[in-house]
Design a protein around this ligand. Structure first.
Ligand code: NA7
Length: 568
C-alpha cells in the first residue's frame, strides 16, 4: 500500500506512546489556545482568537492549509455545496476573490484558502507538519499539555480540536491484500505523483461520494474500469455553472443574503425543507414539486423537499421512486439499472450521504466499464494480480479503495486525549459517545471540538459550521477570560441529557434503519449509534445560545482559586 495519512499517523502515535521518540527536543511553548487542524474551522479560530488578543497557535499534520482539502487529492474532487454557501462570510474576502464555478473543485478551494490565510495573515501563527498525538489535562496548572511528534510540548489554557470528521481512513482488512503487487491506495491517500492511468485496468471499490467523483474522472482516463458496489448510491445530478461573462458570478448582495439566512435552514443552507408534508400535495403538484427541485441541480431534492421525507416511510418512498425513475432512464442495461437504481430501495432515500454527480450513471453504459455486485459476489481475497470474488479472479493494474472513514469520532479518538482523571476519550466513549452540545465532553475541561459527533456537522457544511460553532467557542473562551474563570467543564448530567436528545431525534427519523457512517455502521466493531444531531441548525443554535444566556447551564465553571463561579 502507498504511504498514507492513516499509516503515518499510526506510526507517530506508536512512537509517542512507547516514549521512544518523545521529547527529543524537549521544547515547550505556553499558549492561551492551541488550535489543532488547519481546515476552515481551525483557520477561523486562529484569526478570531488572535483578533481578541489571545496567544493562539494553529498546528496541523499537513504541510499546508486545507484539512480535508489538503489530504484529499483524488482527481475530480469537488464540493457539493454551491459557492455562495461554501465560504466565509467576511465580505472583505470577496473583494478580490471570485469562485469560477458554482461547485468549485479541490484546486479552487485550496486557492481560496490561500487567499483567506494571506488576507487574514494567519501563517505566522501556524505550524505545519506537526501531529498532536497526545494531550493531557494538567489539574494543577489547569492547562492542556499537548505533545507533538517532534517532542515539542504545547501548554495551553484551552484546546480547540478542529480535526475534521472524515479523516481517519478506513481500509477493510481484505485477505491477502499485502500479496497484491499492483498499485493500491485509499481515495484520501492519492499518490502525490499521480499514477498513469492510460492503458490500465483499474478497480474502484466503493460507491460513496469519493468513489462517484473518482469514477467520473477515471472513466475516460483508463482502459478498463471495474466498480465494486456493495450498496447503490442515490446520487443527484449536479447543475454545474462555469461563471463567465454570460453566467455572471453571484452578486455580492445575493451572496450576503444567502449567507445571512443559514441559521434559519435545517442544514445551514440558503434553503430548507418545504413547510408541508408529501401527501398534502396532490399527485400532480407533488410531481411538479419534485421536477422543480430536481432542476435546481443541488441538494434541494434531498434537503429542500417535503418536510416529512426523512421521517415518514411513505413520503420517503415517493421521493425514492421519482429519483429511481429519473435515474433508470439514463441506464441502458436493465440488469445494471437494477443494481444502480433498484426498483425497491436498498435503504431509505437520503439516509446515506447523497453526493452530486455529473454523468455518473451514464458511465455504466460504456463497454469498458463493468459493475460488480458485491452483495451477489463478495470479495474473497486479493491475489498477486488482482481481486478474487466468489465468482472469478480479476486482474488489475491499480486498485483504489474508496471505502470511507471512521467518521465523526475517528479524528478525536485517534489522539491520546487524557481527561481530568487520566481516562482516554476513546475509552470514555467505548460504550457510546457522550458530548455536551456536540462540542465538549465531561472530564475534559477547557476542550472544544468542532464539526464532530452529536452536532449538525455533516448535515451542515464546513464553513458554516466553522463560523457558527466557532463563534460560540470563541465567545465561551472569552466569557471565561472576562469572568476570571479558569476551567469550564460539562457535567455528566448535561451530557446524558444531550445524548438522550440526539438519540431521540435520530430515532424519530429513518436514519437509524440504514447502515451508514452517520450511525457508525461502516466500521467493523464500532458501536452503532446516531452520530449526527438531527434537530436541525436553527434548533441547535437555539440550544447553544440558551446555554450561554443561562450562564452556561450544564457546565461547571471554576475560578482560579477553585471557587465555583457558575450557577447550575
Ligand atoms: P463513504 O461514503 O463511507 O463510502 C464508502 C464506500 O465504500 C461505500 O460505498 C461503502 O459501501 C464501500 N465499502 C466500505 N467497506 C467496504 C467493503 N468492505 N467492501 C466493499 N465496499 C465497501 O466514503 P466516501 O469517501 O465516499 O465519502 C465520505 C465523505 O467524504 C462524503 O460523504 C463527503 O462528505 C466527503 P456501503 O455503502 O457501506 O455498503
Amino acid at each position: 500500500m502507498e504511504s498514507s495519512n492513516h499509516f503515518h499517523i499510526e506510526q507517530l502515535s506508536a512512537t509517542l506512546t512507547d516514549g521512544s521518540n518523545a521529547a527529543t527536543e524537549n521544547t515547550q511553548q505556553e499558549l492561551d489556545v492551541l488550535v489543532v487542524g488547519a481546515g476552515f474551522a481551525g483557520i477561523y479560530q486562529l484569526k478570531h482568537l488572535r483578533d481578541l488578543g489571545y496567544k493562539a497557535l494553529l498546528v496541523d499534520n499537513g504541510s499546508e492549509y486545507g484539512g480535508t482539502w489538503y489530504w484529499n487529492r483524488y482527481p475530480g474532487i469537488r464540493v457539493d455545496t454551491s459557492a455562495p454557501q461554501y465560504q466565509f462570510s467576511d465580505p472583505d474576502l470577496r473583494k478580490d476573490f471570485e469562485f469560477k464555478q458554482r461547485f468549485p473543485g479541490g484546486v479552487e478551494i485550496r486557492k481560496y484558502l490561500k487567499h483567506v490565510t494571506e488576507r487574514w495573515d494567519v501563517r505566522k501563527d501556524t505550524k505545519f507538519d506537526t501531529y498532536i498525538a497526545s494531550a493531557a489535562w494538567d489539574n494543577e496548572a489547569t492547562k492542556w499539555s499537548a505533545t507533538a511528534a517532534d517532542g515539542t510540548t504545547y501548554r495551553a489554557k484551552f484546546l480547540v480540536l478542529c480535526t475534521g470528521c472524515l479523516v481517519d481512513e478506513f481500509v477493510p482488512k481484505w485477505k491477502d491484500v499485502d500479496k497484491y503487487t499492483g498499485q493500491f491506495f485509499h481515495s484520501s491517500s492519492w499518490p502525490r505523483k499521480a499514477p498513469n492511468f492510460k492503458g490500465k485496468k483499474v478497480a474502484v471499490i466503493g460507491t460513496g461520494a469519493s468513489a462517484v467523483q473518482i469514477i467520473q474522472e477515471l472513466a475516460n482516463a483508463v482502459d478498463e474500469l471495474t466498480v465494486f458496489q456493495r450498496t447503490p448510491n442515490t446520487a443527484l445530478p449536479m447543475r454545474q455553472v462555469d461563471y463567465d461573462e454570460v453566467n455572471k458570478p453571484i452578486p455580492e448582495d445575493e451572496v450576503r443574503e444567502s449567507l445571512a439566512v443559514r441559521m434559519k435552514s435545517f442544514c445551514g443552507f440558503d434553503f430548507t425543507f418545504l413547510p408541508r408534508k408529501c401527501f398534502e400535495d396532490t399527485p400532480e403538484k407533488r410531481l411538479q414539486t419534485y421536477e422543480n427541485l430536481w432542476k435546481e441541480g443541488d441538494f434541494k431534492y434531498w434537503l429542500g423537499t417535503y418536510i416529512d421525507t426523512l421521517f415518514v416511510e411513505e413520503a420517503n418512498r415517493e421521493c425514492y421512486n421519482f429519483w429511481r425513475d429519473k435515474t433508470r432512464a439514463r441506464i441502458h442495461d436493465p440488469k445494471v439499472a437494477d443494481l444502480l437504481a433498484p426498483m425497491e430501495p436498498a435503504y431509505a432515500f437520503g439516509t446515506k450521504r447523497i453526493p452530486l454527480e455529473q454523468g455518473y450513471f451514464e458511465i455504466f453504459n460504456s463497454p469498458h466499464v463493468e459493475l460488480v455486485d458485491l452483495k451477489a459476489t463478495p470479495i474473497e481475497r486479493f491475489t498477486e494480480k488482482g481481486i478474487k470474488t466468489s465468482a472469478e479472479e480479476m486482474p488489475f493494474d491499480i486498485v483504489i479503495a474508496a471505502t470511507g472513514f471512521d467518521a465523526l469520532t475517528g479524528s478525536l479518538t485517534r489522539i491520546n486525549l487524557h481527561g481530568k482523571d487520566g481516562t482516554l476519550l476513546k475509552d470514555q466513549w467505548k460504550d457510546g459517545v457522550k458530548t455536551y452540545l456536540g462540542l465538549t465532553a465531561h472530564n475534559f475541561p477547557n476542550l472544544f471540538f468542532q464539526y464532530g459527533p452529536q452536532a449538525p456537522s455533516v448535515l451542515c457544511n464546513g464553513p458554516t459550521c466553522a463560523e457558527l460553532q466557532g463563534n460560540w467557542v470563541i465567545e465561551t473562551i472569552t466569557h471565561c477570560r472576562d469572568h476570571g474563570i479558569s476551567t469550564i467543564e460539562a457535567t455528566e448530567a448535561a451530557e446524558e441529557e444531550w445524548r438522550g436528545n440526539v438519540v431521540q431525534l435520530a430515532g424519530a427519523s429513518l436514519l437509524m434503519g440504514t447502515n451508514s457512517w452517520y450511525v457508525g455502521a461502516n466500521i467493523p466493531g464500532k458501536l452503532r449509534e446516531p452520530l449526527v444531531y438531527l434537530g436541525g441548525v436553527p434548533k441547535y443554535y437555539e440550544n447553544l445560545n440558551a446555554v450561554r444566556d443561562h450562564g452556561y447551564e450544564g457546565f461547571v465553571l471554576e475560578g482560579g482559586d477553585g471557587t465555583r463561579v457558575s450557577k447550575l
